[in-house]
Design a protein around this ligand. Structure first.
Ligand code: G4P
Length: 544
């Protein structure tokens, strides 16, 4: 009898734990905002935080931004990056939900950082400047999202300024970003003539007050588009134009279906002006309705569902402290399933040992706090003295290796040499740790064993040199090498692979995990290799 009761109670407790886990999961929306620098990402983030009450004043997130004029001064950039750690993940409550915004550096030289952060989000908002349209950095970032089928919402910003025609812009998004779109709000006028946006899904008109007079929102419900009262508000010409535009929209763009958005097949588009806090609430309200709750994650072994009781997660970013007095690093850990608890032992899969964290932190707009528990979709900062590499998993004992944390081909390459033979150990250790942090990628040539560093932005060469000297007491020098791309190789025909590796040995190297890469000197030499070895596949990312 007694044992039956115990079984009953333990079933009840498990059930209650599961229910509360599901409740917490359903509350979470974890996403990133990406854009080309200057499109308005920081401004939009700030407005979203203001809505959530996470900050009280405008300007609080500005410190997060790497200033334009500092681009050649890497120490200044690192200092600012140090500040930005606190705001790397911004969590705030909104309408009973827990919103987690993962900040993505817009600075080109930190594009790798952004790529990796995108592995930890469940959806993305892309900000586009109405005058500039789709810019280079946005193209690259969206390509990564597309590869992962991440649901995307597009926010077209700065409607208070003259810009491109709205239909032309949608065309540009479709062709350049290879996304299918459907507008959910539509602008009436632009620049001087900007009157506001019409919400196609809520059938309402939100009136824009220029010159910073946007206080609260003036919303008109539009039950009948032909209503003369609506024409009185926006004027007959704009009214007629809106009618025509909507007709075109209904004819050309598919209706919005949430499943299509969640599968990455269609992107809803919103218009507004972030700096005027205009169109932002519509975006946020729709976002919380449609954006996915924490998604399952693929591992090499199996798919991990967020509702699983056992905790799992992975490290997607490591930030080192530039202050030599505080050498610790912060590992950004995304929880994928179960409940993460402070002072609990977790299994570090790669090291094969248990680790326990006494002060995991949450990041809340410029305020770091120790957290006792966290749930799928949340990101916690784990203080680390060198145990973590990007991609590392923590579990409750299971051997899992999370997929989808690829490395991409760098753009600039240099040979790296140890400049002080008496400090070889320090040089090797420093280089290894910096690579684990994801500062750059290291390739070892097959023929000579020489080491090549590949980066996205040239600034990282200075960062590596400086950090080797100041953190590890080592010195390095660089030699130039002319390379176009590093490509990961795959071939199902062993004979052709063998021929390829024998004939092209001088162009081959291993990445830090021992995977083979082809170092193409130019686009032309890559094309030639593709033609000569048709069965060899050349990939621009380490996961294929
Ligand atoms: P980013 O993070 O994507 O790099 O862009 P950020 O938000 O910093 O915005 C870049 C510039 O664009 C800022 O001006 C910002 O005020 C402005 N901006 C953002 N949204 C809008 C908008 O809706 N309309 C207009 N007209 N401008 C907008 P800045 O002069 O570079 O900086 P600040 O001195 O205003 O801070």
């Amino acid at each position: 009898m007694r044992s039956n009761l115990l079984v009953f109670w333990s079933i009840c407790l498990t059930f209650a734990a599961l229910m509360s886990l599901t409740e917490e999961i359903n509350k979470r929306r974890t996403f990133g905002i990406v854009s080309h620098p200057d499109a308005g990402k920081t401004t939009l983030t700030e407005k979203l935080l203001l809505f959530g009450g996470a900050i009280q004043t405008a300007g609080a997130v500005k410190s997060n931004k790497i200033k334009k004029h500092a681009t050649s001064d890497f120490m200044e950039i690192e200092r600012q990056r140090g500040i930005s750690v606190a705001t790397s993940v911004m969590a705030f409550p909104y309408r009973d939900l827990q919103i987690n915004i993962l900040d993505t550096p817009g600075h080109k030289d930190f594009a790798e950082d952004t790529f990796r952060t995108l592995t930890a989000v469940d959806s993305v908002i892309v900000v586009i400047d109405v005058a500039k349209g789709v810019e280079e950095q946005t193209e690259k970032l969206v390509e990564v999202c597309r590869m992962r089928k991440t649901p995307i919402i597009v926010f077209i910003n700065k409607l208070d300024r003259e810009g491109k025609d709205s239909f032309d812009l949608l065309d540009e998004v479709e062709t350049k970003l290879k996304l299918k779109v459907t507008p959910l709000t539509w602008p009436i006028g632009m620049g001087q003539d900007f009157q506001g946006v019409y919400s196609l899904y809520e059938r309402k008109f939100i009136h824009f007050r220029p010159h910073g007079k946007q206080e609260g929102e003036e919303v008109h419900i539009v039950e009948d588009l032909n209503d003369a009262r609506f024409s009185d508000i926006i004027g007959p010409r704009a009214h007629k134009r809106l009618g025509e535009d909507l007709e075109t929209i209904h004819g050309v763009y598919p209706g919005f279906k949430r499943e299509d958005y969640l599968e990455g097949r269609i992107c809803p588009v919103f218009y507004g002006s972030a700096v005027n806090n205009f169109g932002v609430r519509e975006l946020l309200d729709c976002f919380v309705e449609i954006a996915p709750t924490p998604l399952p994650r693929e591992t090499e072994e199996r798919k991990v569902l967020p509702e699983e009781v056992k905790m799992t997660g992975f490290v997607f970013k490591i930030h080192a402290n530039m202050d030599p007095k505080h050498r610790d690093r912060i590992a950004f850990f995304r929880i994928c399933s179960g409940k993460f608890e402070r002072n609990t032992n977790y299994y570090h899969v790669r090291l094969g040992r248990q680790l326990r964290f006494s002060n995991p932190t949450s990041f809340m707009a410029a305020r770091k706090e120790v957290v006792d528990e966290a749930y799928p979709g949340d990101v916690v900062g784990l203080y680390d003295s060198g145990n973590f590499k990007i991609g590392d998993a923590l579990t409750e004992g299971e051997n899992l290796h999370f997929k989808g944390i690829p490395r991409f081909s760098p753009e600039i390459f240099r040979f790296v040499n140890n400049a002080d033979p008496s400090k070889f150990k320090q040089f090797a250790k420093g280089l290894e740790q910096l690579m684990d942090e994801g500062v750059a990628q290291l390739f070892t040539k097959e023929d000579s064993g020489r080491k090549i560093i590949g980066v996205v932005g040239a600034l990282q060469f200075d960062v590596i040199q400086y950090r080797l000297e100041h953190e590890y007491g080592a010195a390095c020098s660089y030699d130039p090498i002319q390379l176009h791309k590093a490509l990961w190789i795959e071939c199902s025909d062993p004979k052709e692979l063998n021929e390829f590796t024998t004939r092209r040995k001088k162009d081959l190297a291993q990445d830090k995990d021992g995977k083979m890469v082809f170092l193409a000197e130019s686009a032309w030499s890559l094309k030639l290799a593709q033609e000569n070895f048709p069965k060899v596949k050349f990939h621009l990312s380490s996961e294929f």
